[in-house]
Design a protein. Sequence first.
Length: 561
Amino acid sequence: MRFDLLIKNARICDGSGGPSFTGSVAVRDGQIVAVGDVSGDAAEAIDADGLVLSPGFIDPHTHYDAQLVWDGLAEPALEHGVTTIVPGNCSLSLAPLRAEHRELLGATFRKIEEMPKNAFDAGLTWNWETFGEYVATIRGELGINVAPLVGHSLLRLWVMGEEARKRPATDAELAAMQEALAECLRDGAIGMSGSWVDIDHENMPVPARLAEPRELDALCATLGEHGAILQIVPEFWDPDLLCARIDIMADLSRKHDITVTFSPLFDSNSAPDLVDIAHERIRLQTAFGARVVPQMQTRPIDLSFDLTAPMSTFATLPTWWATTLLPHEEKLVKLRDPDHREKLKAEIENFMMPIGLDIDFADAFIKRPGANTGHLVGRRVGDIAQERGVHLAEAIIDIALDDDLQTSFGLEALGHSRTEKIARFLADPLIGIGAGDGGAHVTNFSTYGDTGYLFSHYVRELGAMSVEQAVHKLTYDVARIWGIKDRGLVKPGYAADLVLFDPATIDRGPEIAVDDLPAPGFRFIRRAEGVREVFVNGQRAYHADTGYTDNRTGAVVPQAA
């Protein structure tokens, strides 16, 4: 028997969570056809001695909706072993969308997901309105699999127009939303996303937040009819509010026989018992038949900021936020004004970051210098301020002014201060891995590295889970939760989405700035380490030595029946 691909002598972690074993995997026509002791000829044979062969990782929380229009590889996802992504989270997708609402959605997307306007505008063709038309736009150029969600805010905007931002839906509008949702599900969406917390570019609630309970209930009834999933963002920083939302999600799950996943479940320094409290509520609701699955990210949060535009770092600093909104020349004048600088200094002294993150601007460091600040790369702002004998805020402002505001500052390792505790929850079968935000916040921080960090920190350093368990959490566990068909296992009949990685070196690589946007500008990404080869539907998509290939074998993946 002749195969297209034969991977031999691999340590196979098949995604089930069971013990790994040494063997071979044969691929033909994009599918796995044999596993174990395999004999036969192949067009290509790979000796994987010393490497783990696993199913492709599945990333259930991304915002690659826009990037997929100009980059069907969703770089850098593939090099981290991710072969399937779920875009359209947090009530925001790019369809269905009428032409007159493109700028409104673009402004909202850019505010919440922190995407550069010039890149967003330059990279989008906007040659679609319906969800099916959007899927058709991206399908032909995909090098990675996509399992998209449709955003609740988009459904409201599609049916109600601008009124979606102002009021609840009427009975007729609600019925029209159900019909629109059903059409999106038929055209490739695997579920619907919502939000109870997000605000748009005008600091108004996103349309999904104006839905009455009966609206969400009706839309969940439609999801149940199609075996689809609901993703939603709750008040994840407050234990009481979060538990109340878990109860609502559990009721929807039981009533409509759907899975509800929420993101993120975040270890908060301001509420150190939050994860324990939420986990207990999930455990109780699961015992009563609900399917409510939280998503935890594995990596710490590393922020970046500059003074060119408003960023999440300034969300609770109104004077800083307002200053970054100003036109460039006016901003320069304000930043040099002594009275205005006094206001900026006072805000930093009384700073408190939401969701319990500990941020000390003294620990900020020069991350991406401009033309005149290269000698400061890596240095702490607190040390520079002390040397210069100036206030911390003045040091930040002066360094930025030296390079016409082009200097980027970094804040490392925020959150995840209790990694041993987090390890226990990451290994828990009631908790999923996700909430990574790939494709979003690209000029603020790199959103990739969860997969490598899971293996390097929680498997190798802490020994909190085995390689087999980690693979399971990134593959079949996600496919099962999300209802993604024929993926997540190394098993005959399953799609040949495969990853070869070195278990001794797999890690998140360094964060770097790259100039690869469809308009002038940069974004932060993390390269991967230890991932050797990645195959999507049987074709090589990435090799550590040669990078990305020209193969475009990605698909819009179907739901499980």
